[in-house]
Write a protein that binds this ligand. Structure first.
Ligand code: AMP
Length: 177
């Protein structure tokens, strides 16, 4: 991906201070989604790492990970699997509760979403503390799939989420802050 394209993507991400709560600088990716050239560039960039690999499934995390994940799956010729917030999936699930800075969250995946040995890429819009992605990695491991890597559009490096994931899967991010 050219430095020029990366600059254009970076310029399009909108910083929204104090959303959804005071002290959080929210990275709003909707301007990237709304622009055809930028959207394509973002998915191209995320797909680059896996271009020469056989990928069976992309697992995307609720909710913005569905957007990036589904497009990435299509680009890689893979299927798509949603990891959803607790209580949303209709079929039998495997789930995990994990701690946030304040309180906890639960995510779930269908029990038959991944077959043992399937080659999987995890996708989300943004890596912050890595709590969410770490829980999704655990579900992928429980399904005995082979995790090729985790792909993020944005990484907030100062929160060190990468350290949480790195020993379990290679971490790739297009834009780092
Ligand atoms: P974490 O579990 O801390 O890595 O948080 C990652 C999840 O929260 C991702 O699904 C992001 O969409 C969302 N998120 C966390 N921090 C931000 C932020 N500053 N801007 C936008 N989304 C965020």
């Amino acid at each position: 991906m050219s430095p020029d394209s990366l600059d254009r993507l970076r310029a399009a991400v909108r910083d929204v201070p104090d959303f959804p709560q005071p002290g959080i600088l929210f990275k709003d990716i909707t301007p990237v989604l709304a622009d055809p050239a930028l959207l394509r560039a973002a998915i191209d960039g995320m797909a680059e790492t896996f271009a020469n690999e056989r990928v069976d499934k992309v697992v995307g995390i609720d909710a913005r990970g569905f957007i990036f994940g589904a497009l990435l799956a299509d680009r890689l010729g893979a299927g798509f699997v949603p990891v959803r917030k607790k209580g949303k999936l209709p079929w039998r699930t495997r789930g995990l509760d994990y701690q946030l800075e304040y309180g906890s969250n639960g995510i779930e995946m269908h029990v038959d979403a991944l077959a043992p040995g399937e080659r999987v890429v995890l996708a989300d819009d943004l890596l912050a503390t890595g709590g969410t992605a770490g829980a999704a990695v655990r579900l992928i491991e429980e399904a005995q799939a082979e995790l090729l890597g985790a792909a993020f559009f944005i990484e907030l490096a100062f929160l060190q989420g990468r350290d949480r994931l790195a020993e379990r899967a290679p971490v790739h991010a297009l834009l780092t802050y």
